[in-house]
Structure formats: C-alpha cells, structure tokens
Design a protein around this ligand. Structure first.
Ligand code: ATP
Length: 318
C-alpha cells in the first residue's frame, strides 16, 4: 500500500536542560493538509518542541521526520516557520522583504519573482506589496511574515501564536489564509493560546503538559469524552475575591481565570440553579456580575487539564 508520509512525525522525543527533562518521550504526527493545534500552559515546552523540529536543539533521544525523511539541511528546507515576533525589515516594503527572504533561501532572481507572486496571492497581500512594513497594521505584518515563510512552498508550516496583537477582522482573515494553505497540502503546526482559534481551525489539537502531548484528538470529541454532556457554570465577579474567598471557591470545586474574576465549574454541582449559587456567593461576600450556564468548550478542557497538571506537579513534589 502506498501511504503518503506524514508532513511531520515526532517519536519518543526527549529533551533535557541540564538534569531537567522538559520533553519526556513526546509523540506527534501531522498529516499533509492537516492543521494541528498545539496547546499548553506557559513553560510547558512549546518553544522547545518548535526549536527542536527546526533543528536548533539536538534531542537527547527520539526521532523527527519531515515527509518521511530525518532532519537534515535538505529536510529543514521543507519547513516554513512563522515566529511569534514579527521578523521583517521595517524600513523596506513588503515586496523588498520578500525579495530578501527569497534570495536568502537560495532562490534565483526569477524564481524569487515567481515565489513572491505565489506567496503574496496565498497570504492575500498583493494590495500591500508596495507598502513599507512600518506603516502596516499587526494583521498585515503577520500576513507578510507568513508570505515570507512560505516562499519556498514548504510541506510543514509552523505558526507560533500567529494572531497575537491582531484585531478581530484581521484574525479572521489570517484564519482564511491558514485554511487555504492547509487545503494546498501543507501540514500546519499551530501553537496557540487562543482556544477559540484552535477549536475553529484545527481538526486535531493536543495538550503539551508534563513533557508529552496528551490528550490529542478532535476538539469536539475530546470535550465530549471528558465532560460527558455535563454543563459548565460560569460566575463573573465584580471584585477580586480575597485570598480566603478564593480558597473557599477552589475548595468548592471552582477554577478561576481572568485574574480570579471569572470562576467556573463543571459537574453535578454546576446543575444547582443559578439563583442558588448567586445567593451562596453573595452570602460569602462576593458580588456576582453574571451567572450563566453553557456547553463546555476547549477553554473548559484547558482549565481542567491545567488543573490536573498542577495537581500532578504538586503531588510529585511532595
Ligand atoms: N536554554 C534553557 N535552559 C534551561 N531551561 C530552559 C531553557 N529553555 C527553556 N527552559 C525551560 O524549559 C521549560 C520549557 O520552556 P519553553 O520555552 O519551551 O516553554 P513554552 O511552552 O514555549 O513557554 P511559553 O509558552 O511561555 O513560551 C521552561 O520551564 C523553561 O524555563
């Protein structure tokens, strides 16, 4: 049987910084044309993983292949990286930037021209090619950065937080661009903290925590398997709770986000009526701004898994 090789395959990857093992036997496959969302708390090792895939860190153990071939100078050329920080020359125009990147990646002048025509169409920046980077908005800069990363038509595109600092319209435009690139056959590794984005764009997501990516799967399926139809209650507070109140909320099973102003819980207790809860909160001296129920989303799963990781870490420290 002639099965297409994965755009990216990572097997048994271990990375250590000194005596500390940050990645502990990590497994990840991304098919051609697939968008995979890499999620995880800060410091979990996303940057380490991306740097290793790009050949900048040598693994202690494990194997990485791009389109079935191990990492080498040739295979690294099959990767396009869009870093989190905009990496463009501000005083040059978008076109001049792309010319520089094309020549740096070894393309001849005429191939660079063809590559710019293709990439600027794919990233939808043709109208802005003549503008200097310094006058472009965050969204347009990000698009030019994507165009620079895909000039050589890579098999694997890595996007590190592509919509940070980008307004809502521009974010939607970037989503269209990422979709188009996956439709054109690129495997996409999307590292993001934007869980709505991951839910919208990714056929599969994975949570990097404790050195491995687990669980991995279709976002909807992961949510359904974890919460089994239970609803989530969200309580927004008007003021930050005192440490004592915050502890009481945690003990009752609530988890916080938004700097302790938003508290949520999933489970049987969440089925108590919103009014009961609201009154119980107010008796505890907490003024609620809003109490609402909803279906759990990827953000709920993220909170749930991050709490598990914290508990595991606290457990292993003791
Ligand atoms: N060169 C290094 N030497 C020692 N420790 C490091 C080094 N680089 C990263 N670390 C540690 O390894 C862990 C993973 O770091 P990494 O930057 O990969 O995380 P991350 O998930 O990308 O975080 P963020 O999302 O905050 O950028 C962190 O605890 C970090 O402090």
């Amino acid at each position: 049987m002639n099965q297409a090789p994965a755009a990216l395959r990572v097997a048994g990857l271990k990375i250590r910084y000194g005596r500390r093992e940050v990645l502990r036997g990590l497994e990840l496959d991304i098919a051609k044309g697939e968008i995979f969302g890499l999620l995880g708390p800060n410091g979990a090792g996303k940057t380490t993983l991306i740097r290793t895939i790009c050949g900048r860190i040598t693994p202690a153990e494990g194997a990485i292949t791009i389109m079935g071939r191990p990492i080498s100078r040739q295979t690294l050329r099959r990767i396009g990286l869009v870093p989190q920080d905009i990496a463009l020359y501000p005083h040059l125009t978008a076109r001049e930037n792309l010319e520089v990147f094309g020549r740096l990646s070894g393309l001849s002048r005429s191939d660079t021209e063809k590559a710019i025509a293709w990439a600027s169409e794919a990233a939808d920046i043709k109208a802005r090619l003549g503008d200097r980077i310094e006058i472009l908005s965050g969204g347009w800069k990000r698009r030019v950065n994507i165009a620079a990363a895909i000039l050589h038509q890579p098999d694997l595109l890595i996007l590190d937080e592509p919509t940070v600092g980008v307004d809502v319209d521009a974010r939607n435009g970037l989503h269209d661009v990422i979709h188009e690139l996956s439709n054109a056959g690129m495997g996409v590794l999307l590292a993001t903290h934007d869980l709505d984005q991951a839910e919208m764009l990714c056929a599969r997501v994975g949570f990097l925590r404790n050195g491995v990516i687990a669980p991995q799967g279709n976002p909807r399926r992961l949510i359904d398997e974890t919460f089994k139809g239970q609803r989530e209650i969200i309580i927004e507070l008007r003021q930050h709770p005192t440490p004592h109140q915050a502890n009481a909320l945690k003990t009752s099973g609530f988890a916080s986000s938004n700097g302790n102003l938003s508290w949520s819980m999933i489970g049987r207790d969440a089925e108590r009526s919103a009014r009961d809860l609201s009154e119980a909160f107010e008796r505890a001296g907490l003024v609620t701004r809003e109490v609402r129920f909803r279906e759990p989303g990827l953000d709920s799963l993220f909170v749930h898994l991050s709490r598990d990781a914290t508990v595991a870490k606290e457990g292993s420290a003791g």
